[in-house]
Design a protein around this ligand. Structure first.
Ligand code: SF4
Length: 291
């Protein structure tokens, strides 16, 4: 068990102006990792899984920019090639430390994901009205912002939100968490466009499987009530600069683990992730002890 660090009371952190649904979830998972990532903006080394997701998202965005009849598998693979060229010099790709074989597997996996997308829906029937759509809304006291992969109209002219997922399909516990984020997106769309989406769908390309939910006033109100409580908790954590590590399975993938006091690390050293001569402000506590 970890004894929480003592934080000086006069060292607050500026509360963020707005947060994405995934960052609310990150705070719930581990306040310290949230601070490192969303407040201190400490860069994390690129991961092959995340970069592959970026590549496939861009390919599907390019596909949706085509006229409907042209959204075919051969064109999708052309779009994947174009996305690959576009992103090749981005640090998330150029700094990936992969062997030639691993790169081959990376691109083969991306192609499989694009092909599997066609098993989930017929893209020639989709009527997109927004791609990589940036939204920001203040709902109650909560300031939300985020990017929707695809906003479209169904045959009845109703709004549908679609989110592509390139990771594995979550277990039941994580599915509830993912859907909470989805309801936040539905709330944002309703707030900004004045109309509630009739459907929100998560398209898991790897299986492939679609998780579909129908937002209602009740579901949106319930999720926003919980988000409001989290927003207040983030505000209090910022006022007190009190972001405690919360250990769990996610620690296995946490890029900040070497700096995490729960594992004997020193949060101050995390400043090295910013590059030479950088400081995290205000200063993080030096250490904590394990009991
Ligand atoms: S290693 Fe675990 S407890 Fe530490 S910051 Fe990362 S997620 Fe939080």
């Amino acid at each position: 068990m970890v004894t929480p660090p003592r934080y000086p009371e006069d060292m607050g952190v500026e509360k963020p102006r707005g947060l994405s649904p995934s960052s609310f979830s990150a705070f719930k998972d581990c306040p310290l990792a949230f601070r490192f990532s969303y407040l201190d903006r400490l860069p994390q080394p690129p991961s092959a899984a995340a970069s592959k997701g970026t590549l496939v998202h861009r390919a599907l965005e390019l596909l949706m920019l085509r006229d409907a009849p042209a959204r075919t598998i051969p064109n999708a693979l052309t779009d994947l090639d174009r996305a690959r060229t576009e992103l090749a010099r981005h640090p998330d790709f150029s700094e990936l430390d992969l062997t030639v074989d691993e790169w081959d597997r990376f691109h083969a996996d991306a192609e499989v994901l694009v092909r599997k997308y066609f098993e989930l829906e017929d893209p020639t029937t989709i009527v997109p009205i927004g791609l990589e759509l940036r939204l920001a809304a203040t709902i109650g006291t909560v300031q939300l912002r985020g990017i929707i992969d695809r906003l479209e109209l169904d045959p009845d002219g109703e709004l549908v939100v679609t989110d592509y997922k390139t990771g594995s399909v979550p277990g039941e516990k994580y599915e509830i968490k993912r859907l909470a984020g989805v309801h936040m997106y539905a709330a944002m769309v309703q707030h900004v466009l004045g109309k509630r989406p009739v459907r929100v769908q998560l398209l898991y390309l790897s299986k492939p499987e679609a998780i579909i939910t129908t937002p209602s006033d009740q579901s949106i109100t319930g999720v926003m009530r919980k988000t409001d409580a989290l927003w207040s908790a983030i505000g209090r954590a910022c006022e007190r600069d009190d972001f405690r590590p919360s250990t769990g399975p996610l620690c296995n993938w946490c890029a900040y683990k070497p700096y995490c006091p729960a594992y004997g690390g020193d949060p101050l050293q995390a400043a090295e992730l910013l590059g030479p001569g950088q400081m995290i402000e205000p200063t993080l506590p030096l250490a904590t002890t394990s009991a």
